[in-house]
Each structure stands twice: as C-alpha cells, then as structure tokens.
Design a protein around this ligand. Structure first.
Ligand SMILES: Cc1ncc(COP(=O)(O)O)c(C=O)c1O
Length: 390
C-alpha cells in the first residue's frame, strides 16, 4: 500500500550505508570516485546517466531532499537550488528566451518583482502584470509569444489567493507553462500540481526549514521539464549544498505537524484580533472575511501560518508596534518556530511608492506576523500589549 504523505516526509531516505545508520547520513563531499578510467569516462560521456560525479550535478543527500519534495507535491521529478530566488531565476532562464513574454501576478515577492522588471527586459523578455484579485483579466494579456504564467498563492505579504484550477485551465488552453510559488502554503497544505500547475517551486528557507537556519530552493514538475532545469542548474551552478539539504530533509520529517500547529494558532490569533480597537482589518486565508475565502477552502487544507493586519495610524503605528514587541522577533524571514513580525511599508517595501504598495495590498499600517510554535497565550499576549502601545 502506498504510504501517506506524512509518512513519506519521514521515511523516504537514502539507502542505508554499511554503517547501518538509523538517521539519514550526510554526504558532505564535493565529488565522487570511480573504480576504473572506463567507468569515469562513461560517467562524463552521458548527461542522463544516473551516477554521482560532482555535487554541483547531484549528491545523495540533496537527492533525498528532492525525492521527498517530489513525493509530497505529487510531481514526477525535481531539482534543488541554493536559495528560493535561485529556483525562480533558474526556472525563468531555462524556459524563457529572447522575444518571449511572461504574465505574472503583480503581488509577488520583492526579488521576483526585481527579476521581472529589471533583468528579464534586459535580455529581451517582456512581462505583463495582472491583479491577483482579477484572474479574469489574464486572457486579455496573452500574446502569441506568451510562454509562462507565474503566481504566488498565498502571496507575500498580501495573502492574496488565486484559483489554481482556474488559471491552469487558461494556461492549458493557450499552451503556457504554469508556475506556482508554493512557499507560503507548503505541500503539507496545498499541492498545486494536483490542480494543474506545471512547475511548483519553493523558498525552502521558510516553512520547509522551519527553524530559520539555512537557505534553499526547490522546483518540482514533469520529468521532461525538470531535466531541462537540471541541465541549467548543473552547468550554471546554483546548486543546493549537501549540508543545507541534510538540514532540510530532516526538517521535512516534522513539516506536517509543524504546519498543523502553525495553522491552529494562526487561525485562533486571527479570530481574536478581528474587531480589535487598534486594527482596521485582519487577513487570514481561512477567515470568512478573506476575499478569496472560498478558493482558500477549496485548495488549501488549512490557512497556513501567516496572519496580517492593518493597524490604525499607518506607518507610525507600525513602527510603534514593532518597537513595543517583547518576545516576538523583528526580522524579515518567516516560517520559523519563533513568531516573527514585520512591517513591510517601512522595511522590505519602503522603496516602492505608496501607490505601488497599495496596488499589491500593502497598506501603511500592514503588519505581517509569521505565527511560530510558542504557546499561543505567549504569542497573543505579546501582540496585545504591543497593540495597547500603538
Ligand atoms: C514567496 C517567496 N518566494 C521566494 C522567496 C525567495 O526565497 P530565498 O530568500 O530563499 O531566496 C521568498 C523569500 O522571502 C518568498 O517569501
């Protein structure tokens, strides 16, 4: 009988070595050896041979991490990269050429926005943005040279959600590669391939690590697509380090219970903050007030670990709130066992104009909380005492 995803996240493992270790070994080696000159020559002669040569190409620890992510996302194959941005950039570079066009949701992570707007045009690759809240506007943006459609759902930091099935039907009809950044949900909560995505990618730095230790990225999808990506990564070098892969594969063992716990606390905190005197509005995918609540319920098994709220009093209130926090960490990462607060308007998105920020749902008083695994009472009391000071 096929194992359940929770079990696969724990039990997929590199074949036992002669040492009969129980926990997975770490193959911290840059290269691999051969028994003969002929074997070595053969390894180099054929790119498709399943043999370890050099850890920029493949490594057993990295493969274990890839195999788990591939199984959890319901994909055929995957590749791993040093960061989430390397996964995104490698995907763009592999599948887009000079003269091509990409359609992307405008609500995407800041560095993804920079690649789309500053780098791709430099290489003759054109882009169009659409508003996540208006998926019906996608069709009008399609051109004969449109090769890829890119979304993040839920988006960072606006928590906008798009119907993956709806977008995948458009992409299929127009022969466009559909790429989903699944970083906020993780495969424990949402599997976009099941809903029709061609490629799913992650910043593994976030909930997949889950403890704020290492950077990493991964892309999964159909074998033929991943093979193209593999050749790009193998030759250009954004590969994942075996050490980071070891940390990430161990982290996956607890992904499901962590995501459940993050989501239970996040849901309760979001509910309790609704109607607070210092807050205009609270956003969380599984709150009925979320504009895409019905879609979230359809494609996600829980609401994830991120809650946002809009403070009354704008930018200044945001600063006061952050300064008033006691336990909750002030840092730009997310998806950690420690609860983290950030104020996008005065930090990560301060370089944008107010109009640009509002377009992607970043109001002056928007606070993003990545709910950690501490006791919910301690998280909540820190948020409430900081709100009192605003
Ligand atoms: C949704 C999303 N995608 C991609 C990235 C980039 O990942 P990395 O920092 O691992 O390069 C991030 C980082 O915050 C993110 O939040």
């Amino acid at each position: 009988m096929s194992q359940r995803p929770e079990t696969k996240a724990i039990r997929i493992q590199t074949a036992k070595t002669d040492q009969k270790e129980h926990s997975t070994p770490l193959f911290l080696t840059s290269s691999f050896t051969y028994d003969s000159a002929e074997e070595m020559a053969e390894a180099f002669a054929d790119d498709s041979l399943d043999v370890n040569i050099y850890s920029r190409f493949s490594n057993p620890t990295v493969d274990e991490f890839i195999n788990k992510m591939t199984a959890l996302e319901g994909a055929e194959d995957g590749i791993a990269t040093g960061t989430g941005m390397a996964a995104i950039f490698s995907t763009f570079m592999t599948f887009l050429s000079k003269g091509d066009h990409i359609i992307s949701a405008s609500a995407v992570f800041g560095s993804t926005h920079t690649i789309l707007t500053k780098y791709l045009p430099k290489w003759g690759i054109d882009f169009s943005y659409f508003n996540m809240n208006k998926p019906e506007s996608i069709t009008a943006l399609i051109k004969p040279n449109t090769k890829m459609l890119y979304v993040e759902t839920p988006s960072n930091p606006g928590l906008d959600i798009i119907d993956i099935e709806f977008v995948s039907a458009i992409c299929r009809k127009h022969n466009i590669l559909f790429v989903v950044d699944n970083c906020f949900a993780t495969p424990a909560v949402q599997q976009p391939i099941k809903d029709g995505a061609d490629l799913v990618l992650h910043s593994a730095t976030k909930f997949i690590d889950g403890q704020g230790r290492v950077l990493g990225g991964v892309v999964v999808g159909k074998k033929d697509l991943i093979n193209k990506l593999y050749l790009f990564v193998r030759n250009t070098g954004p590969s994942l380090s075996p050490f980071n892969a070891w940390v990430l594969t161990k982290s996956l063992e607890t992904l499901f219970i962590r995501m459940d716990h993050h989501a239970v606390s996040a849901m309760q905190i979001a509910k309790q903050l609704q109607g607070h005197a210092k807050i205009n509005s609270v956003k969380y995918p599984f709150l009925e007030s979320h504009p895409q609540y019905a879609i979230a319920k359809k494609q996600m098994s829980n609401g994830g670990g991120i809650v946002t709220f809009d403070l009354k009093g704008g930018i200044e209130s945001g600063r006061i709130f952050l300064n008033a926090l006691g336990m909750i960490s002030m840092t730009n990462n997310l998806g950690d066992s420690r609860t983290i607060a950030s104020h996008p308007a005065s930090t990560t998105h301060s370089k944008l104009t107010e109009e640009e920020r509002l377009e992607v749902g970043i109001t002056p008083g928007l606070i993003r909380i990545s709910i950690g695994l501490e006791h919910i009472v301690d998280i909540m009391s820190d948020i409430l005492q900081a709100l009192d000071r605003c």
